[in-house]
Design a protein around this ligand. Structure first.
Ligand code: R5P
Length: 300
C-alpha cells in the first residue's frame, strides 16, 4: 500500500510539542493517535491516521517509563501490524539506563531488560545523552540502530552566551564524560568532584583542587538531575569554598519531588536544563538536533 505522505509523526501523551517540532523539521505530517485509559487503568490506543505504507516516528520522552512504556509499546507494535514500513522512536530522555548492573543478588538489570522489550517493537532509536556508565554504548543492550545526540555543544553554547569566566564542575566521576565535553566546547576549565552516595537522598562531595575555581563562576554540569541531591551537595561545597552562587546545568530535568526548589534553596543562582523533559527550566532547545538525527534514519 502506498502512503499518502512519506512520514508520519505521532505524539505519545505529553509529547505534542516535540512531535510538532520533529514534523516541522522533518517535513513530515503529524498523525492522530488516540490514547486514553479505561476505568480499570488499562490503555486504549487507536491510530486515527492510517499508517499503512508510511514511515512512522513516535515521539516519546521516557521520564516516567513505567506509565509511558505500555502505550509506547502498544503504539509501536500496532503501527507495524497496520502496515507501517518502519517505526522509529525519538525518546529525548531514555529511562531505565541507570540500573546497569546486578548490585545485589537477585536484582533485575532493568536497563538491559527494558532495552530488549523496546528493541522488539521499533526499527531505530534517537535519544540524547543516555546514562551510559557501565554500558559503554547503546548497542550493548539495544538490538536496533540508534543515534545518541550529544547535548555538549548546546550546553556549551548556552554557557558562552550567559556565564562570564565559567569553571565547569562535574559532581561525580560519572559526570566526567559530559563535563569534559562541555568544557572543551565552551573553552573553559573543569574539575570533577569525588562523590559518596549513602542513599537516594544522602550524598556528599569534595573538591580535589579548589585553587582552579578562584575568581570564576562555578557551573555544575550533570546528565541527570533527579532528586537534585548530587547537585545540592556540589552546590553547598562550592559555596563553602566562598565561590559565587553556582549555575546548575543539567541535560535531563527528571526533577523528582522538590528537586528544583531544593536546589534553589541550597543556593543555586539558577537551574537550567534542556527540554528533553518538558519543564520550566528547559531553556536549551534540543529538538532540531534530535530531528537531524531522525532524518538520517528516515533516509534508509
Ligand atoms: C549519576 O550517576 C548521574 O550522573 C546523576 O549524578 C544522578 O542521577 C543524579 O541523581 P540525583 O539528582 O538524584 O542526585
Amino acid at each position: 500500500m502506498t502512503c499518502s505522505t512519506s512520514t508520519l509523526v505521532f505524539a505519545l501523551p505529553g509529547n505534542e510539542t516535540l512531535a510538532a517540532a520533529l514534523a516541522g523539521k522533518l517535513d513530515a505530517v503529524i498523525g492522530e493517535l488516540v490514547v486514553r485509559r479505561f476505568p480499570d487503568g488499562e490503555t486504549y490506543l487507536r491510530f486515527a491516521t492510517p499508517v499503512a505504507g508510511c514511515k512512522v516516528v513516535l515521539a516519546c520522552s521516557l521520564h516516567h517509563p513505567d506509565e509511558q512504556a505500555m502505550p509506547l509499546l502498544f503504539a509501536a507494535a500496532t503501527a507495524r501490524e497496520l502496515g507501517a514500513v518502519a517505526v522509529g522512536l525519538v525518546a529525548p530522555y531514555l529511562g531505565y539506563m541507570r540500573q546497569d548492573k546486578r548490585f545485589n543478588t537477585g536484582e533485575a538489570v532493568t536497563s538491559a531488560l527494558f532495552a530488549k522489550m523496546l528493541s522488539r517493537h521499533i526499527d531505530w532509536l534517537v535519544t540524547m545523552d543516555p546514562h551510559l556508565h557501565r554500558w559503554t554504548s547503546l548497542d550493548e543492550i539495544y538490538s536496533v540502530p540508534s543515534t545518541v545526540v550529544p547535548a555538549a555543544p548546546l550546553l556549551a553554547e548556552w554557557i558562552r552566551a550567559h556565564v562570564t569566566a565559567p569553571v565547569l564542575i562535574g559532581p561525580d566521576a560519572e559526570s566526567e564524560q559530559w563535563v569534559s565535553a562541555v568544557a572543551r566546547d565552551a573553552d573553559a576549565p573543569h574539575v570533577v568532584l569525588e562523590k559518596t552516595r549513602r542513599g537516594d537522598r544522602d550524598v556528599s562531595v569534595s573538591i580535589p583542587d579548589p585553587a582552579v575555581l578562584r575568581g570564576r563562576t562555578p557551573v555544575l554540569v550533570d546528565d541527570i538531575i533527579s532528586t537534585g541531591r548530587t547537585m545540592i551537595a556540589a552546590a553547598r561545597h562550592a559555596l563553602a569554598q566562598s565561590l559565587p552562587a553556582p549555575v546548575c546545568l543539567g541535560v535531563h530535568a527528571v526533577f523528582s519531588g522538590d528537586a528544583r526548589e531544593a536546589l534553589l534553596a541550597a543556593g543555586a543562582a539558577r537551574v537550567v536544563t534542556t527540554n528533553t523533559i518538558p519543564q520550566d527550566s528547559g531553556l536549551i532547545d534540543v529538538n532540531a538536533a534530535l530531528a537531524a538525527a531522525a532524518a538520517d534514519h528516515l533516509k534508509n
